[in-house]
Design a protein around this ligand. Structure first.
Ligand code: PBG
Length: 327
């Protein structure tokens, strides 16, 4: 018994009740934001090929979905729109009668508590699938910001609770904040996609909103996947410009970035478990190569442990149901 251990870390692991007592990170429904995709038409519920369990929905179906989401006590949804026509300047994005604006009005009429967050970007609305107005193959920053401001105001006027710009143009947070304030929307927070990488994990999302760029990629505005310190500069400038919540995206492969942003700024921090992260877990689960439910919980717990205060996830309903079952 010479080297008998005096430290026995296993003492707090033998018994499940003790394990519950010392658990550091607990997922709750209050952490969840559920992404939803809305399309024109009626009675439409199209499953997205690369995202089993996720649907493009027409407004009538979407409203029913929102009632269910509210009943599950999920606090918020984020809306993405697929317009009936796309053009060079993404005019569907800031049309007062556009798909998102109509959807927000219908949802706000039907549910009371659920927060409606709207994604602000042009890529779903442009014929070329890029996030802004083009000059040749170049995305024009300041001209795009003007349109993002119009888009944000039209979302606020429709009744959106939180505005979430995902475009990564420079200066858009300041411009949107100023315009919201001038229009009297001083109480509407901005959730900024501040740290958004140019990631291949977005692949399935581009199926969902039919927004794959017609040429090139998004590397002239989204961040290089290899950079960490730059994430802090991105977060800092959005905070200075008035962002209320900072987002890191994707989540699972960027836990170090979530941690650094949370540690450095202490801001409310969101993380987006994106379409490709969801698709991989779903696909492997369906093949019985992994246990889908436990990997879902592990992936979300890791994101929260890294410092995320809230998580955008396509698993929101599944995890809410799981929490109901085991509480
Ligand atoms: C842009 C936007 C994207 C996602 C959210 N907002 C796609 C992109 O930048 O190409 C990706 C979300 C996901 O992959 O789940 N409007």
């Amino acid at each position: 018994m010479a080297n008998f251990p005096t430290k026995r870390l296993r003492r707090l692991r033998y018994n499940p009740t003790v394990r519950d007592l010392v658990r550091e990170t607990i997922l709750t429904k209050n952490d969840l934001i559920y992404p939803l995709f809305v399309v024109p038409g009626e009675k439409i519920k199209n499953e997205i090929r690369s995202m089993p369990g996720v649907f493009q929905m027409s407004i009538d179906i979407l409203v029913e979905e929102c009632k269910e989401v509210e009943k599950l006590s999920i606090p918020a949804i984020i809306l993405f729109g697929i317009p009936d026509h796309k053009d060079e300047v993404g005019s569907g994005a800031y049309d007062p009668n556009g798909i998102i604006q109509q959807a927000v009005r219908a949802i706000k009429k039907a549910v009371k508590k659920l927060l409606v967050i709207t994604d602000v970007c042009l890529c779903e609305y442009t014929s070329h699938g890029h996030c802004g107005v083009l000059n040749g193959e170049k995305i024009l920053n300041d001209e795009t910001v003007e349109l993002l401001v119009k888009e944000s105001i039209s979302h606020a006027e429709a009744g959106a609770d939180i505005i979430a710009p995902s475009d990564m143009m420079d200066g858009r947070i300041g411009a949107i904040r100023k315009a919201l304030d001038e229009k009297g929307f001083i109480e509407i927070p901005i959730l900024s996609y501040a740290v958004k990488y140019s990631s291949s994990f977005y692949g399935p999302f581009r199926d969902a909103v039919e927004s794959a760029p017609a040429f090139g990629d998004r590397r002239s505005h989204q961040m290089d996947i290899a950079n960490g310190s730059e994430a802090l500069r991105e977060a800092e400038s959005d905070i200075e410009e008035g962002a209320d919540i900072i987002m890191v995206k994707p989540a699972g492969a960027y836990l170090d970035i979530i941690w650094r942003v949370k540690e450095k700024f202490g801001m409310p921090t969101a993380a987006y478990q994106v379409s490709g992260e969801y698709a991989m877990i779903k696909a492997a689960g369906r093949n019985n190569w992994i246990d889908e439910e436990s990997v879902m919980i592990e992936s979300l717990t890791a994101i929260k442990r890294a410092g995320a205060d809230m998580i955008l996830t396509y698993f929101a309903k599944d995890i809410a149901k799981y929490l109901d079952k085991y509480k």
